[in-house]
Design a protein around this ligand. Structure first.
Ligand SMILES: O=C(O)CCC(=O)C(=O)O
Length: 289
């Protein structure tokens, strides 16, 4: 079966601030850095047992991969449970239940002692270090972050695969209007090129992450993530300094998100069907032009 075109990500062991800015930050190119976390306590200590011991008592929201319908809001959790119990499920795996965007400072502040912000020339927004958990079988719907920040994503305990697409390829991603994700019926692992011909024009960057790896995902990059075993990640962010990106971030966060919620509540499935048809038309127009 024909697959989405991909190229492997550039991997470096270490990098200086000057080289990072010159070769990756300024041209907005992703890179995987192997040794960035070697002197963190997290590199030594972070595993599922450690998180269970430190923060097992809290109740966490869990998300799955079910397609949202009607008035359902896509950011609603599928269920909630004690973190300890969820990690037990992860250890057994597979499950499609994931923890998504869990703020460390609000929920497990002591873990913030275990990592530092890399000195690579980015001004990190230190209020929002967030964690993600998943297991073999968990997939994260392809999306980009609506605040359009430059991201550093670190992985612990196991393995995951990350497929990245630059913002210039958004026109072939089948992005749904007023959202930052694509049609939920698209499976990038088994692409239906007949139904979604735009996918043929994509060229992804493929990264395989293991314990301690750091991945730079520049602003607006799409990421499609698959957990290969029970494991977890940390993401830290730096807001873009470009005025246009800053304006788009304000639009996404303060207008787009609320408008989408309002329309879903008001129109329900009709709104979703209308946007799906519009998405298909938009990509067709791009291909034909
Ligand atoms: O790894 C995950 O579960 C999702 C990560 C993500 O979407 C992010 O860091 O923005």
């Amino acid at each position: 079966m024909e697959k989405i075109k991909t190229t492997p990500i550039t991997v470096v062991d270490t990098i200086s601030k000057e080289d990072f800015i010159k070769y990756y930050y300024k041209p907005q190119k992703p890179v995987l850095i192997k040794n960035l976390t070697r002197d963190w306590k997290a590199f030594e200590n972070w595993n599922l047992d450690y998180i269970q011991q430190r923060a097992g008592d809290q109740i966490v929201p869990l998300y799955n991969n079910q397609v949202t319908k009607g008035k359902q809001y896509s950011a609603e959790p599928a269920t909630k449970m004690r973190l300890y119990d969820y990690i037990e499920i992860l250890k057994k795996g597979p499950t499609d239940l994931r923890i998504f965007f869990y703020n460390i400072l609000d929920n497990m502040p002591e873990l913030s002692q275990d990592f530092t912000y890399p000195e690579l020339g980015l001004k990190f927004f230190k209020r929002l270090p967030v964690m993600f958990f998943g297991s073999m079988g968990s997939k994260v719907l392809p999306h980009y972050d609506m605040d359009l920040s430059d991201l550093f994503h670190f992985h612990f305990h196991g393995h995951k695969s990350v497929l990245l697409f630059p913002p210039e390829q958004t026109k072939y991603m089948y992005r749904i209007p007023y959202t930052v994700h694509n049609l939920e019926s698209i499976d990038l692992d088994n692409p239906d090129f007949k139904k979604y011909p735009g996918l043929k024009y994509l060229n992804g960057i493929e990264a395989h992450m293991e314990h301690g790896d750091a991945l730079f995902m520049p602003s607006g990059y799409w990421h499609y993530i698959k957990y290969l075993d029970g494991s977890f990640s940390l993401t830290i962010r730096a807001f873009s300094k470009k005025p246009k990106t800053f304006f788009n971030m304000l639009y996404n966060v303060f207008f787009m998100r609320n408008f989408e919620n309002f329309m879903r509540k008001w129109k329900g499935q009709k709104w979703l069907d209308y946007k799906e048809a519009k998405t298909m038309k938009q990509v067709e127009k791009t291909i034909n032009s």
